[in-house]
Design a binder for this molecule. Sequence first.
Ligand SMILES: NC(=O)c1ccc[n+]([C@@H]2O[C@H](COP(=O)([O-])OP(=O)(O)OC[C@H]3O[C@@H](n4cnc5c(N)ncnc54)[C@H](O)[C@@H]3O)[C@@H](O)[C@H]2O)c1
Ligand SMILES: O=c1ccn([C@@H]2O[C@H](COP(=O)(O)OP(=O)(O)O[C@H]3O[C@H](CO)[C@H](O)[C@H](O)[C@H]3O)[C@@H](O)[C@H]2O)c(=O)[nH]1
Length: 329
Amino acid sequence: MGVILVTGGAGYIGSHVVKELLKKGYKVVVLDNLQKGHKKAVLTPYFENVDLKEKNLLKGVFEKYEIDAIMHFAALSTVGESMREPFKYYENNILGGLNLLELMKDHNIKYFIFSSTAAVYGEPQVIPIPEDHPKNPTNVYGSSKLMFEEILNWYDRIYGIKYVSLRYFNAAGADPEGELGEDHRPETHLIPIVLKTALGQREYVEIYGTDYPTPDGTCIRDYIHVVDLAEAHILALEALFDGMSSEIFNLGNERGYSVREVISIAEKVVGQKIPVKEGQRRPGDPAVLIASSNKIKKNLKWKPKFNDLETMISTAWNWMKKHPFGYSE
Ligand SMILES: NC(=O)c1ccc[n+]([C@@H]2O[C@H](COP(=O)([O-])OP(=O)(O)OC[C@H]3O[C@@H](n4cnc5c(N)ncnc54)[C@H](O)[C@@H]3O)[C@@H](O)[C@H]2O)c1
Ligand SMILES: O=c1ccn([C@@H]2O[C@H](COP(=O)(O)OP(=O)(O)O[C@H]3O[C@H](CO)[C@H](O)[C@H](O)[C@H]3O)[C@@H](O)[C@H]2O)c(=O)[nH]1
């Protein structure tokens, strides 16, 4: 069993993937600057509090462990902020990743799994969105991820680093065993905001736009459970170990839910009415984002287990009820 370096492993998705890797018997090293993540979410004893931008410190981590593969989750990922502070996003998401690739080259490490995003596509021209859909990001966050995919392509051609880029749609839910959950600060994602409102920590959920060309006027998104995401990462990693060439896969459930539908399913889960306020559109939000996930189902036999939104929201609610203040209690 190999050693897997997980960058951003103290964050929401990374921490869940670490748990699955440990269950499978891998030795996992988490690298995270804790700018957004939480030490309490790190389930492996091997933790390095290092910033990817600090190449010298990063070098020390590569010298300390015999790394076989890297899963790279560490990134800044708030769309609105990326439009106010583009430098910060390009520096963190491009330069940070490039430092990793350079050290991989120096240490002859060949396998890389990358957290990409539906935001690389921009406004969709067809639904569901296949991987070969045109890429026209509408924000710096999506642009930084698309640029990094391009960089990966060149590092494969030049140095033979094999990668899988996973373009997630909307990650949701929490560890069904209740050990891990979602604790972003500030929280910008719909489902945790809805649940925090149910807990009384927010007065209402603001619906960003009710005049979209969708059946109920609100945006439609494709939600995917964080444990199904984790499984896909492990399938991708093991396929690379088995000799698969570099690939790009979407990860979603091929089914959309509107903002109003999410709120109404959440009301069922929590057993109470959730106050809402109809607000303006949030700049840069496409009306509908639904993945085609055929490719990963076919090529890697990926099979989501938690594809029903009520189950996804229930796992998030179970964690949030037990940890109303997230990891900071
Ligand atoms: N949450 C989603 O729905 C979603 C959707 C598509 C793509 N993604 C991508 O998935 C990845 C994980 O997302 P998440 O929701 O778990 O985010 P998160 O913020 O919870 O986790 C990211 C982690 O990376 C760390 N980090 C950031 N920059 C770093 C740096 N320079 N050095 C060291 N550590 C650093 C943060 O401290 C944090 O713990 C990101 O790359 C994100 O862009 C997320
Ligand atoms: O308080 C809120 C928060 C969100 N929304 C709406 O709910 C939907 C989901 O919003 P999220 O912020 O939860 O998720 P996004 O679809 O904006 O973002 C996700 O998909 C993006 C790609 O488009 C990025 O990858 C990003 O990291 C990922 O979280 C959107 O229509 C948004 O407008 C509201 O109405 N009110």
